[in-house]
Design a protein around this ligand. Structure first.
Ligand code: TRP
Length: 332
């Protein structure tokens, strides 16, 4: 029996932050040798919010470079860019025609984002989960690592599988979510009840993986705390405290009990220094590797070319099976 296949992606809206790293990338890296991994940069999903043509392509490549910098190993992982493989868009259209609109209107993320965009909400935002279903199902993965906020989209993907297979025969494989024991949900530095997010207008709310030491120090210095002395995990009245302590735990690699004891009597000042130093140390190897990857453009291009070829062979095959099942004639 070969290794199980895992597929996942991160949207490429600019700089990746600690939430992307601790919630996704780091887990991919830790588990990668157990699986056959297909990991892509979701640059088609990125345009559901306005993108500047001058930076879209650069951001996409930078994100791929960060995948490498975080330690993905090409022996285990295939890295590619979503828009390089036309089958993603084509399968989306085919799925669009079997997906009820009300399934999409029920998606929490859509409802939240639609409220923010108001009248100018674009159709891509509604269709986002169908593209995600196409991303996944093209590669017939066994497992899809997803965070809490993407669980509902994976459920929808499974509904699409069942609907398609009922109508057209058993072509698509039902993917399972890959849930981690220690769910790392990294929260905003300016509001411990909100997720750390690229779309937060305040730069102070997040630590980007490429932030230099002085920026990290400044953001930690100014992050939100509370007036209580001594730090603790899991107190719902102290969301910032829980978040910062969790960050320290994850970045230091220390067990939770040890961190809890170490910090139980600490004041915010000394804790902030400790967290700053730990964070700078943890990000340093990633930043160095990133620089090395960026200094060798040819290497990155060859990684993405190989990734595309490997991914495309699989995607094309699945797309052909789907079209045949639906009754499309094969072009002569
Ligand atoms: N929507 C995901 C996110 O924002 C990114 C994504 C796109 C994805 N396609 C995917 C994740 C397929 C897993 C599988 O995080």
């Amino acid at each position: 029996m070969g290794r199980q296949r895992v597929l996942s992606g991160i949207q490429s809206t600019g700089n990746l932050h600690l939430g992307n790293y601790l919630g996704a990338l780091r887990n991919w890296v830790e588990d990668q040798n157990q699986y056959e991994n297909f990991l892509f940069v979701a640059d088609l999903h990125a345009i559901t919010v306005p993108q500047d043509p001058a930076t879209l392509g650069v951001n996409t490549y930078n994100t791929a470079a960060l995948y490498l910098a975080c330690g993905l190993d090409l022996n285990d992982s295939t890295i590619f860019i979503q828009s390089h493989i036309a089958a993603h868009s084509e399968l989306t259209w085919l799925f669009n025609c079997i997906t009820p609109v009300n399934w999409l209107e029920d998606m929490i993320q859509y409802k939240e984002k639609a409220v923010k965009q108001g009248e100018s909400v674009n159709f891509g935002l509604l269709d986002y989960p169908v593209l995600m279903a196409a991303d996944i199902l093209l590669y017939k993965p066994d497992k899809v690592p997803v965070g809490e906020d993407q669980k509902q989209h994976l459920e929808l993907t499974r509904d699409i599988v069942n609907r398609f297979n009922d109508k057209f025969g058993k072509v698509l494989k039902l993917p399972e979510p890959l849930i981690r024991k220690e769910g790392a949900r990294v929260m905003s530095l300016t509001d411990g009840t909100k997720k750390m997010s690229k779309s937060d207008p305040s730069e102070l709310s997040r630590i980007n993986l490429l932030d230099p030491p002085d920026k990290i120090a400044n953001k930690i210095k100014r992050c939100k705390t509370d007036p209580v002395r001594g730090l603790e995990f899991g107190n719902p009245e102290r969301p910032e405290c829980n978040n910062l302590l969790t960050l320290y735990m994850l970045l230091s690699g220390k067990p939770k009990e040890e961190v809890a004891t170490q910090c139980q009597d600490m004041g915010w000042g000394p804790f902030k220094s400790l967290l700053t130093e730990t964070m700078i140390d943890a990000l340093k190897p990633i930043q160095e590797k990133y620089q090395a990857v960026m200094d060798d453009k040819g290497y990155l291009e060859s990684v993405l070319r190989d990734g595309r070829q490997k991914a495309e062979a699989i995607a094309r095959q699945t797309l052909a099976e789907v079209k045949a099942a639906m009754g499309y004639s094969v072009p002569l």
